[in-house]
Design a protein around this ligand. Structure first.
Ligand SMILES: C[S@@+](CC[C@H](N)C(=O)[O-])C[C@H]1O[C@@H](n2cnc3c(N)ncnc32)[C@H](O)[C@@H]1O
Length: 433
């Protein structure tokens, strides 16, 4: 397919997504099945276009003064891909498989319009109902913060220190352009192009051998900030597929006791294979059965309970721009209740002097500082560890990292704009000895 034909296909697909109100991933899958002649390059290019239109959905419609699939796509080419009006006109030449030529009005909009007067939710591309929350988090910086949250994310990897050293993996992944990440001593980063093609990391020998895992640098840092140590008793209360569990296991160097659980056994399913590939031998996965409490034998004995809390995932919008537009206020309410439940479940498990590391991949204050304050109100035997002290887990990077984050008395917030990571909030709460 020519670039112009790919563009036409993308516009048609967005029309389908709009008309049928289906997730973009589903629409792309169905399109692939119906267009078997399209090669993998075409599919990747078309999905890259669709994701970019979703990233810039509101701002593209704003500059075009029209909210149609075609207008949003043309606006995205200018805003996200930096194309000028002549390059866009050359793609839309009205040829056999190309989009219709630009109208005078479209030409004028692409030439003259900008986001200077756009309200924050348009310039930052997020749903308007979230504006008060983002204003609470970022004040006047919210459009810039949200715009960074709309940008394309790189592919981040964590080197599994149980099996390999970063320098070694760095050289074996040179062909993919891997570079060390700025903050995590275990992180590697591969920048992705507009086509967002997965570089096939799962087929790499390093991956098969368990030397690397796919994990955003923010998630790696959240695990590091919990400061799990060899010999400790650590409980990963919301282990899910085990991303943090694996990182914690490596920090513990096979010494001590790591218990991983989750209230949803389906979420836990992939953890077994991942632990075994990573060479983790000190993890005890507790899968819930019926109504029973998987942690009934544990009372005030844990050094650390990691809560990778269920949350709205606003911090990961750059990896899933569709989710941002599909998010509804009810989802926040549900997550806030879940967070209270997990925090209260953690409290009696901690020994005096032990700690909770409360983590969300959200930037919304009610899920972060709001939950921490409410928890301390319910459990006055806990106190927040000052964020600068928490950051000392990053050794020589601690000071610079703390300054890069958005700090509050309750914790640290990483964001794409500040730390170049997904959005992650981390708070450490210590139980008085
Ligand atoms: C952010 S995800 C965890 C991701 C995982 N830790 C990782 O790094 O791959 C949150 C998890 O919390 C779990 N969860 C939700 N409510 C819970 C509860 N009350 N108790 C335990 N787990 C819960 C969900 O099933 C989900 O797997």
């Amino acid at each position: 397919m020519t670039p112009a034909a790919r563009l036409s296909a993308a516009i048609e697909l967005i029309e389908t997504i709009d008309a049928q109100r289906i997730p973009a991933a589903k629409a792309l899958k169905e399109w692939g099945t119906a267009h078997r002649y399209a090669g993998s390059g075409d599919r990747a290019a078309i999905s890259g276009l669709i994701w970019d239109v979703l990233r810039r959905r509101a701002s593209s419609a704003w500059i075009m003064e029209e909210d149609t699939p075609r207008a949003r796509t043309l606006g995205m080419l200018k805003l996200e891909r930096g194309m000028n009006v002549d390059d866009i006109a050359a793609l839309c030449d009205g040829g056999r498989f190309a989009p219709e030529p630009l109208s005078e009005r479209e030409r004028a909009a692409l030439t003259t319009r900008s986001l200077i007067d756009a309200p924050a939710h348009i310039a930052g591309d997020y749903p308007e109902w979230l504006d008060p929350y983002l204003a609470q988090a970022f004040g006047d910086d919210r459009a810039a913060e949200a715009a960074a949250m709309a940008s394309r994310a790189p592919l981040d990897l964590r080197v599994n220190s149980l099996k390999a050293k970063r320098e070694k993996v760095l050289s074996s992944l040179k062909h993919l352009g891997a570079q060390p990440t700025p903050w995590s001593p275990l992180g590697l980063r591969i920048e992705l192009g507009a086509d967002a093609r997965n570089p096939g990391i799962h087929a790499e020998e390093d991956f098969i051998k368990g030397a690397i895992e796919v994990q955003d640098e923010g998630s790696q840092l959240a695990a590091l900030l919990s400061a799990a140590k060899p010999g400790e008793q650590v409980i990963d209360l919301c282990a899910g597929a085990g991303g943090k569990t694996l990182a914690i296991a490596a920090m513990m160097q096979g010494k001590g006791r790591l218990i991983a659980t989750d209230h949803d056994k389906r979420q836990l399913a992939p953890i077994h294979e991942r632990l075994s590939r990573a060479g983790v031998h000190n993890a005890d996965v507790r899968t819930p059965k019926g109504e029973g409490d998987t942690l009934s034998d544990i009372r005030a004995s844990a050094d650390l309970v990691l809560i990778d809390a269920p949350c709205t995932g606003t911090g990961t919008w750059r990896r899933n721009p569709d989710a941002k537009w599909r998010m509804r206020p009810g989802a926040l309410e549900v997550r806030l209740k879940d967070q209270i439940e997990v925090l209260d479940r953690a409290a009696p498990l901690i020994k005096p002097g032990g700690r909770i590391a409360y983590i969300t991949c959200s930037v919304l204050p009610p899920e972060n500082a709001g939950q921490v304050r409410a928890f301390i109100g319910r459990h006055p035997e806990f106190a927040v560890v000052p964020p600068a002290q928490v950051a000392t887990a990053l050794w020589d990077k601690a000071e610079e990292f703390t300054a890069a984050t958005l700090q509050s008395p309750e914790g640290l917030l990483m964001t794409p704009r500040r730390t170049g990571t997904d959005g992650f909030f981390v708070s450490v709460l210590r139980r008085q000895a």
